[in-house]
Ligand binder design. Structure first.
Ligand SMILES: Nc1ncnc2c1ncn2[C@@H]1O[C@H](COP(=O)(O)OP(=O)(O)OP(=O)(O)O)[C@@H](O)[C@H]1O
Length: 222
């Protein structure tokens, strides 16, 4: 899919909507009378949502297409990705453009948001985690592809700039569970609670968070 035209160039927050395909789990866990697609990508920035209520238990099935009852609403996003969008396309259109800015020192955040089972973990982490992150045909998600691209980009910069430029990469891994922040890389027996605060210049400080030096994408994903 080609990069999307959007307001991206002028705003710092962009929203990309991905519509998850129906899974075999949906077909067995959702009662047949509630199984229907309510959301359709009508362009690469717009979705249509069918807000017509499902029939209640025991109600006769609604006519397949009762236009008079249908309440369609349209919503617009910076990007809309239909159910056949691949993992690679998601990476190329969302995270990849941020990476050159990130390695130049800008702060970048990628956040997955959605109800349970909507595909956050699949999109961010994905499957085939031992595969080649540059292969567009596997199921690797945004995180392994982004980590590998960051290392590749830093290596390229180092070759271009030679001894005048150096880099080091550190990683942290934190879980927000209820109201608590937990350091998932804390040494065993070490302090796991993390406090978040802001200094006078407005920088966010994660107090007590362990940062680990990493030298390769494989090391990060371990
Ligand atoms: N784009 C997709 N293509 C194929 N299968 C998908 C896709 N997105 C999600 N799935 C499948 O749908 C199911 C739910 O996805 P996932 O676990 O990623 O949801 P989640 O938003 O992380 O849920 P939770 O908030 O409950 O952890 C999984 O079986 C996942 O493999």
């Amino acid at each position: 899919m080609a990069p999307q035209p959007s307001s991206a160039a002028s705003t710092s927050v962009q929203v990309a909507l991905r519509i998850r395909p129906t899974t075999s789990q949906d077909l067995t866990s959702i009662p047949t009378r509630f199984q229907r697609n309510v959301i359709t990508a009508v362009s690469n920035t717009t979705v249509s949502v069918d807000a017509t209520p499902s029939p209640g238990p025991g109600a006769p099935a609604a006519p397949v297409s009762s236009a008079s009852n249908s309440k369609k609403q349209m919503f617009t996003f910076d990007q809309v990705h239909s159910p056949d969008t691949t993992q690679y396309e998601m990476f190329v259109t969302t995270a990849q453009p941020l990476i050159s800015r990130f390695v130049e020192g800008f702060n970048c955040t990628i956040l997955a948001y959605g109800q349970t089972s909507s595909g956050k973990t699949f999109t961010m982490t994905g499957i085939d985690l031992d595969a080649d992150p540059s292969d567009p045909n596997n199921g690797m998600g945004i995180i392994p592809r982004a980590v590998s691209t960051i290392f590749a980009r830093c290596r390229e910069l180092k070759e271009e700039r030679g001894s005048t430029w150096n880099y080091s990469i550190r990683g942290s891994y934190i879980e927000l569970y209820n109201e608590d922040l937990i350091d998932l890389l804390a040494e065993s027996g070490g302090k796991r609670d993390v406090q978040i605060r802001e200094d006078k210049q407005g920088h966010i400080i994660w107090e007590g968070l362990r940062e680990v030096n990493v030298r390769s994408a494989t090391e990060v994903m371990k």
